[in-house]
Design a binder for this molecule. Sequence first.
Ligand code: SF4
Ligand code: SF4
Length: 141
Amino acid sequence: MRIAAFLPELLRSLFKKPNTVDYPFKKLAVPEGFRGTPHLDPDMCIVCRACERDCPAEAIEITAVNEAEKRFRMVIHNDRCIHCGQCVDSCPTVPKAMRIDSLFEIADDSRHKMKEDWVYVRAVIKPKAPAPAPAGESPNA
Ligand code: SF4
Ligand code: SF4
């Protein structure tokens, strides 16, 4: 009988742990470097628009709310995001104003609910302090 050919495998499987997890009740840790959901740290954003320019999915939208007050709005359309991480790579600030976390359960019943937005005042990067002059030298020499 053909069933006899499957019997050893069947018996082995009875005593093996399952290869899958009981998601969503149990979750596996995501691997290091996993690209989940992009987020803005508005305190660091200088509104250079590099993230908006380089996003291949056109998922980032930056608009001026009040130019005089240097107030801007950034929207990330998570329904369009392909989690490539380019916005983080393009962001020039240190530390990065754009980050990507490990969140991946962001599905919703409406694409409009997947938007994240921030209204904020453009950050000002303070100039770096001049490097100290070598010992024995006047800084104005
Ligand atoms: S992760 Fe990629 S697709 Fe998503 S917002 Fe950033 S650049 Fe755009
Ligand atoms: S998040 Fe970074 S790349 Fe995007 S506008 Fe702000 S400073 Fe520029």
